[in-house]
Design a protein around this ligand. Structure first.
Ligand SMILES: NC(=O)c1ccc[n+]([C@@H]2O[C@H](COP(=O)([O-])OP(=O)(O)OC[C@H]3O[C@@H](n4cnc5c(N)ncnc54)[C@H](OP(=O)(O)O)[C@@H]3O)[C@@H](O)[C@H]2O)c1
Length: 259
């Protein structure tokens, strides 16, 4: 299927590793011009080299910390015209309600919720002018079924979901779609760190925790970043023009709700 993406321009944040890097790779494979952002120019360079080797697309590297408002403004300005925004970044730390003090709650809001809002505010006028845009937010299956011990993530990703749905209502008339993708347990550095944390706090080994993560979905395994990336590329495409305001789980069946 021709996704009709050749020549479109994407900004992917949190793109030096994991889900963001996979999304960037999938878009580049469709001929999308890329600007990729993370806190580390070195890690971005490594990701960009892989993308170039696989697709011939030379990504622009934008160093920035999306939890900082000024960095987000600068990154969007340096990215130039953005047709496709993939809003993504690191995940907040695990823990329960009282394990996080007020500063930690604020940090998590700055990392998860605020960048989604600021990135969108900064790219939306250009999309309206060009009457075309794709806003895609990487959230989590935790918005469908809260994940134990991840209260910060469960809370602020629900906020991103409400934000995305509202934006989708307001901007569909300009040819702009807004959707969330909701990964379940997917094999990235983030998952490894969560497994290490859980192993350290329990009598399970790291391997046992990873096995437990895999067993939580009917598919019986964790996801691959490329699987999420394929969904993102489709949602970014011409073919997905009538899909907006959704939150699509990609979780091997983990979320048990009917719809
Ligand atoms: N993997 C899963 O199972 C899973 C499931 C549900 C939801 N999620 C969520 O999906 C998102 C991506 O997950 P992942 O597994 O790909 O995480 P990851 O492996 O930790 O990768 C995170 C990426 O974001 C970048 N990043 C982190 N903090 C940043 C910041 N403040 N500013 C700019 N870039 C930043 C990192 O690059 P630098 O270190 O170079 O900055 C890296 O490229 C996270 O929010 C995660 O919580 C993941």
């Amino acid at each position: 299927m021709d996704l009709g993406l050749k020549g479109r321009r994407a900004l992917v944040t949190g793109a030096s590793a994991g889900l963001g890097a996979a999304a960037a790779m999938a878009l580049a494979a469709e001929g999308v011009e890329l600007a990729i952002c993370s806190r580390s120019l070195k890690r971005l360079g490594i990701a960009a080299e892989k993308i170039y080797k696989a697709t011939g697309i030379q990504a622009r590297l934008l160093e920035g910390d999306i939890s900082k408002e000024d960095d987000v403004h600068r990154v969007v300005a340096e990215a130039g015209e953005v047709d496709i925004l993939i809003s993504n970044g690191g995940g907040p730390p695990p823990g329960q309600l009282t394990e996080h003090d007020a500063a930690k709650w604020q940090e998590a809001a700055n990392l998860v919720l605020r960048p989604a809002i600021t990135l969108t505010r900064d790219v939306i006028d250009g999309m309206v002018e060009r009457k075309w845009g794709r806003l895609i937010y990487i959230t989590s299956v935790g918005v469908l079924q809260p994940i134990d011990n991840l209260i910060l993530s469960n809370t602020y990703r629900a906020g991103v979901t409400g934000f995305c749905k509202t934006v989708s209502n307001n901007y569909a008339k300009y040819g702009i779609t807004a959707n969330c993708v909701c990964p379940g347990y997917t094999a990235t550095e983030r998952l490894e760190n969560l497994a290490k944390d859980q192993a350290a706090k329990s009598d399970q080994t790291y391997q046992q925790v990873m096995k437990q993560f895999a067993s939580l979905s009917p598919a019986g395994r964790v996801g691959k970043p490329e699987e999420l990336a394929a969904l993102i590329a489709f949602l970014a495409s011409e073919r997905a023009a009538y899909i907006t305001g959704t939150s699509i789980p990609i979780d091997g069946g983990l979320a048990k709700a009917l719809i």
